[in-house]
Design a protein around this ligand. Structure first.
Ligand code: TYD
Ligand code: MG
Length: 451
């Protein structure tokens, strides 16, 4: 029998020390060190290591038949969007979140959909009894889904059981903190146990090709207990978040070896489980995303321009980054132009800051901007009404001034033709229930600035 090895292990980051100390030098947390028996967990006794002759394995070339790495979509679009298109074979995913946020609900729904689609899907609960899990499934209207269910906590038993029969396509372990393995002596829930259990399950996933989801709890400070240890080991980490009092939940990827980390999934917790809420995409390159959100909100609140159901992509050409608020008016003009399908004049420049009330405010250096625009060959400029006084002499451009966003929108909308939105409805015509632009504003007019 292996000699027992005691060690002080940080419950936050997994760093091990041979003496107790108040502060973990690795992660800086206080009072996180707990004495654990790490026999077999991190080190194999030297006596065993040196006697064992290594097994010979075949070396492969880079070319050759790669094993299929197909994804298995769950059928929940919001979940699939966050994983990058579905669960990858042989991958292990950690889903973290506060207790009660809806992790078990989400994963019960996902396993049920897969099971209904004919895949072998297994749900192992270490926290709830079989009857409790069944009750939840009943409430979700999923009791008929052929999910294979068990309430177990021994990793060895789980691995042995799941090695029988067809390889499961998806295995949910709810939660990793309740799992324990014989190979280490520490108590369940300790970092050493969590790490060793995760290791054994990851090995099983890689060997068989089953996709495994580990549920992880979050502690008060927002960390999954023993999180860094498991986060490093798994292929993807998803975080399920929301205010307990509100029904909306957000799923986002914190790490993803097989997909993006900038996608979020939005759900609503209802009496019948989690309902998916599709979110339009907002992608910004070269500008401040929060300014874009502000401009979108002002357009909607004051001008009746409804972009909330549309994807919005904003790109500043040439790889530049714009930092100043003068670009507000240009961004607003581009957004409205795109929505109502009215190309803006190619020889026009737009600048001005948009306030929360929808007013267009002056920006610094009006004359210098106009001069530069004329030099670059622009023929007209749209600028804040209040900046008119600053324009000295002949600006060399036709000038149009706008006092508020409403007149800019009306001007662009008057020239536009309706365009179909994502659902195929024509937007901007009379039949549409929500016209993108309200028709109560007077257009801004270009007029030649008199010298
Ligand atoms: P649960 O999935 O058990 O959370 P977690 O596994 O993250 O701890 O969900 C817990 C909460 O969700 C619980 O307070 C009840 C609520 N809930 C609903 O509102 N509707 C439902 O259909 C279900 C199943 C749960
Ligand atoms: Mg749960």
């Amino acid at each position: 029998m292996a000699k027992s090895a005691l060690s002080f292990v940080c419950q936050n980051c997994g760093a091990a020390y041979n003496r107790w100390q108040g502060k973990c030098e690795s992660c800086g947390e206080w009072n996180t060190l707990v004495e654990e028996d790490v026999t077999g967990a991190t080190t194999m006794p030297v006596s065993i290591r040196s006697k064992r002759k290594g097994r010979l394995f075949a070396l492969e070339s880079l070319t050759g038949k790669s094993h299929e790495a197909p994804r298995l979509p769950s059928g929940m679009a919001e979940l699939d969007r966050v994983t990058g298109g579905g669960f990858v074979r042989g991958s292990v995913l950690l889903v973290g979140g506060d207790p009660g946020i809806g992790k078990s609900t989400l994963l019960t729904q996902a396993t049920s959909l897969l099971a209904r689609a004919g895949h072998r899907a297994v749900y192992i609960s270490g926290e709830e009894a079989v009857a409790q899990v069944r009750l939840r499934a009943e409430r979700l209207g999923l009791a008929d889904a052929p999910v294979q269910l068990a309430a177990e906590t021994s990793v060895e038993d789980i691995v042995s059981t799941l090695s029988e029969g067809a390889v499961p396509r998806l295995i949910v372990i709810d939660s990793i903190q309740t799992m324990w393995t014989d190979t280490v002596e520490s108590a369940p829930g300790t970092v050493t146990q969590v790490r060793a259990s995760a290791q054994a399950l990851i090995r099983f996933a890689k060997k068989t090709g089953a996709a495994i989801i580990l549920v992880g709890h979050v502690t008060k400070d927002g960390q999954i207990a023993g999180p860094r240890v498991v986060e490093h080991m798994v292929d993807a980490v998803l975080s399920f978040e929301g205010e307990g009092s509100q029904q909306f939940r957000i799923l986002r990827a914190v790490k993803n070896r097989f997909g993006p980390t900038d996608e979020i999934g939005v759900f609503e917790m209802t009496g019948l489980g989690l309902r998916e809420i599709g979110t339009p995409r907002r992608a910004v390159v070269g500008w401040d995303p929060s300014r874009l959100s502000m401009v979108l909100a002002v357009l909607e609140a004051h001008c009746g321009v409804k972009l909330s159901g549309h994807d919005v992509y904003l790109n500043v050409a040439g790889g530049l980054r714009i930092q100043e608020p003068a670009a507000d008016l240009a961004a607003a003009a581009a957004l409205v132009s795109s929505l109502v399908n009215a190309p803006l004049p190619t020889d026009a420049v737009y600048f001005g800051e948009i306030s929360l009330s929808g007013a267009v405010r002056p920006v610094a250096q009006t004359s210098a901007r106009l001069k530069e625009a004329a030099k670059l060959g622009f023929g007209r400029a749209v600028l804040p009404e209040s900046a008119r006084g600053e324009v000295g002499g002949d600006a060399g451009l036709s000038l149009a001034t706008v006092a508020g966003l409403t007149s800019l929108v009306a001007d662009i909308a008057a020239r536009g033709t309706p365009r179909a939105n994502r659902d195929g409805n024509r937007v901007g015509n009379r039949e549409a229930r929500d016209p993108p632009v309200e028709k109560n504003a007077t257009p801004a007019r270009f007029r030649r600035q008199e010298g």
